[in-house]
Design a protein around this ligand. Structure first.
Ligand SMILES: [Zn+2]
Length: 202
């Protein structure tokens, strides 16, 4: 099976060791639109061992122009994006674990969805949930990559807890941080302490 990745193992930036690390990794993609579908298909083809995709929406015709995982049959079958993504991706790479979850990500469920993740990737279309990702990323020390695209522009930012500034450092006027009452496993202002530490260097 490793032969399918031969072009990656030949690449100095990955190699055999890197390919093994990809195979041992779990990545969670939150949001499966234009950006999320590209991310998901790339990671599945690259051989990331576990890919979990979370999205609440159903596929519409105007999605097909840019959301590369979906087709007209999915719309006729009225499939949610997460279900269609899982089905298509399992045909691309049957040697890895792919899980599509139909859900609206919020503070009551996000910690369950990111459990076991080595990396969280942002395929979202709203800022509220990005702040939620940021907060659980800091709490559980899981790196995440912000990604956003609109019109002809796009941007990305890698957040590594304890090493880089976080999303709130760049957007201090974002939504209120969830306190211990909202995130059951949190104690005190855990995001605040990390955030303000890094805000000094922003
Ligand atoms: Zn911060």
């Amino acid at each position: 099976m490793i032969d399918r990745y031969s072009r990656q193992t030949l690449f100095f930036g990955i190699g055999k060791e890197g390919q093994k690390r990809l195979g041992d990794s779990c990545v969670v993609i939150v949001g499966c639109g234009a950006l999320g579908t590209i991310i998901a298909t790339t990671l599945v083809r690259a051989g990331v061992g576990k890919v979990r995709i979370i999205d609440r929406d159903f596929i519409e015709y105007h999605n097909l122009q840019r959301q590369v995982l979906f087709d007209e049959e999915d719309i006729k079958n009225q499939l949610p994006k997460a279900v269609a993504a899982e089905r298509h991706l399992k045909k691309v790479n049957s040697s890895i674990e792919i899980e599509g979850i139909v859900a609206d990500v919020n503070y009551t469920n996000i910690e369950r969805f990111i459990r076991g993740a080595d990396l969280i990737l942002d395929g979202l279309d709203n800022f509220e949930t990005r702040f939620l990702i940021n907060d659980v990323s800091l709490k559980h020390k899981i790196p995440w990559i912000y990604g956003g695209a609109i019109s002809s522009s796009g941007m990305t930012m890698t957040i590594i807890p304890g090493e880089t500034p976080c999303f709130r450092c760049f957007h201090p006027k974002g939504p209120q941080q969830r306190d211990g009452a909202h995130l059951r496993h949190s104690r005190g202002n855990w995001t605040g302490s990390l955030h303000y530490r890094f805000s000094a260097i922003c």
